[in-house]
Design a protein around this ligand. Structure first.
Ligand code: ATR
Length: 276
């Protein structure tokens, strides 16, 4: 029998993860099945328990269960602990191991697929919710010179920044929290949208001239056409525009590695997904 994996979410019908992992499995010759599992909003723990008792090997976890997935674990990775959220679970000898591959997926997409090295760069991370928290540690590990976390609710950005200032990693990076208005006059090489504003076609209130020459504008959301943030970035002459599709495939590849010990080639999978 093939080893069984699922993505658990609510909703989950839209998830591309089964398609991505099927392509990884075909490419690497791994014998797995990967399905969608819709858990009731108040039934994550039950759904997880049932899947494990039926012989499940591992799971990806998506909105809104990443915090519950983290809490369900017997053992958590440093990056999941830092994010207080998990998107990858592995079941072994009755124990649940939790990891978070979102941040490493983002950094790998920026570095390997888009060819932009975050080292020594000025990085702006917009948002201070779960999505921003999930990518902060791997972003700091990439050693930018400056990392500003900007959020509509300024205190949340301040809290997220001050909670990370004592990390040894922050020695390489000037880390701070801010509101959007106080960004006026500053320029960044990499601007990452980790707010959920693109979901509602909105835009954080950004000052003009935020993008340094050659800057990358990155929206962690993806969809058909440009998100509202990427349209704005284009109008502001950002040199490179990227949506979150590459991050989606890269975080999946890291999960696949955790489960199977094999690293799939992400490039053909990203290309296939771009085609629709
Ligand atoms: P997620 O898990 O997607 O991060 P979240 O934890 O609810 O979801 O956080 C949403 C983030 O998007 C927050 O940083 C939120 O800003 P506030 O903390 O001020 O609420 C941000 N956000 C959502 N809509 C926004 C908008 N229209 N403009 C600016 N920021 C927005």
């Amino acid at each position: 029998m093939s080893d069984r994996y699922v993505v658990i979410g609510h909703p989950v019908a839209h998830s591309q993860s089964p398609r991505i992992h099927s392509m990884f499995a075909a490419q690497t010759g791994q014998d797995i099945t990967y399905d969608k599992l819709l858990a009731p909003i108040d039934g994550f723990a039950d759904s997880l328990r049932t899947f494990i008792s039926e012989g499940g090997h591992g799971a990806n976890v998506t909105v809104p269960f990443k915090l519950e997935a983290y809490e369900a674990a017997d053992e958590v990775s440093e990056r999941a602990g830092h994010a207080r959220a998990a998107n990858t679970l592995k079941f072994d000898a009755g124990r649940i191991y939790a990891d978070n591959t979102d941040g490493v997926g983002l950094v790998r997409d920026i570095r390997a697929n888009l060819g932009v090295a975050p080292e020594g760069k000025r990085v702006l991370l917009m948002g201070a919710g779960g999505a921003a928290r999930g990518v902060l540690l791997p972003l700091l590990e990439a050693r930018p010179a400056i990392l500003v976390i900007a959020n509509r609710t300024v205190e949340k950005a301040m809290q997220l920044a001050s909670g990370n200032q004592h990390q040894p990693l922050a020695a390489h990076t000037e880390l701070s929290g801010a509101g959007f208005a106080s960004l006026a006059g500053q320029q960044f090489d990499i601007v990452i949208n980790a707010t959920s504003s693109s979901l509602s076609d909105e835009l954080p209130p950004l000052p003009d001239k935020l993008f340094a020459p050659g800057a990358l504008a990155y929206d962690m959301m993806y969809g058909k056409g440009l998100t509202s943030f990427l349209s704005y970035a284009q109008a502001q002459n950002a040199a490179l525009l990227a949506d979150g599709l590459g991050m989606l495939v890269e975080q999946a590849a890291e999960s696949f590695w955790i489960w199977r010990g094999v690293r799939p080639d992400t490039r053909p999978v990203i290309l296939a997904l771009r085609k629709g």
